[in-house]
Each structure stands twice: as C-alpha cells, then as structure tokens.
Design a protein. Structure first.
Length: 128
C-alpha cells in the first residue's frame, strides 16, 4: 500500500477512520528521517490494514507545532480519532512491525470507555 502525504487540511479527516493510521513526521534535511523512510515504506507494503502517512514538518509547520512535534522523526498512531502511540526517534523494522501488531489488537471499545471515564474523573486512558 502506498503512503499518503498529510497537511493541516487533510489530517483531521485522516484520523477519523477505523483503520489504524500511522503518521511519520519528518523533514527532508533530517538524516535519521531519510534512513527510516525505507523501513516505513516496506512496512506499508506488509500491513495492508494500516494507513501509512507522512507529514513534512518543513512544509506543514503549523500542523507539526499543533501536534507538539519537537524532534523528528516522530511517529504517531491514531485509531478512531484516538492517539494510541507517540514517540520521537526512528524504529527498526522489527520494532515497527511489533508496534503495528499491538495497535491492531487494541480494544477500541475499552479505550473509548476509558476516555469517557477520564473525562468524568480525570484518569488517563491506556493505549499501547
């Protein structure tokens, strides 16, 4: 599956879906970002049930700032409008595949229930 490019206009729509969405925040000048790109692309071909997206932080500074991106690459995984994972730094192919398998196993009904409880009582939901 191919990787899509997101911008501030398409980002909100992208996180709405039921399929997991993994977003790579990167920049063209970033060496670790360039080294991670083939790993990300290979995973996109292996995981047809996950949407892979990239955000060029140079072109989308407002979006990157809004998402709290302080270093790149940063990976974020969303499902049903919920941020399940966020981490700065590149992952190995094995780590990325393990992360994606974990995300697929998350019980989103439980996550939404925890978020509702958090909104009522101030507790933090568990993700991956």
């Amino acid at each position: 599956m191919s990787t899509i490019d997101l911008n501030k206009d398409s980002f909100q729509e992208a996180i709405q879906g039921d399929k997991p969405l993994i977003v790579d925040f990167w920049a063209p000048w970033c060496g670790p970002c360039r080294n991670f790109a083939p790993v990300f692309d290979a995973a996109s071909n292996e995981h047809e049930d996950v949407i892979f997206a990239k955000v060029n932080t140079e072109e989308e500074q407002e979006l990157a700032t809004g998402m709290g991106i302080r270093s790149i690459p940063t990976l974020m995984v969303f499902r049903e409008r919920v941020l399940l994972f966020s981490q700065a730094g590149a992952l190995s192919a094995g780590q990325l595949n393990e992360l994606l398998e974990q995300v697929k196993q998350v019980d989103m009904e439980q996550v939404h229930a925890e978020i509702a409880a958090q909104n009522e009582g101030g507790q933090t939901p568990s993700g991956v």
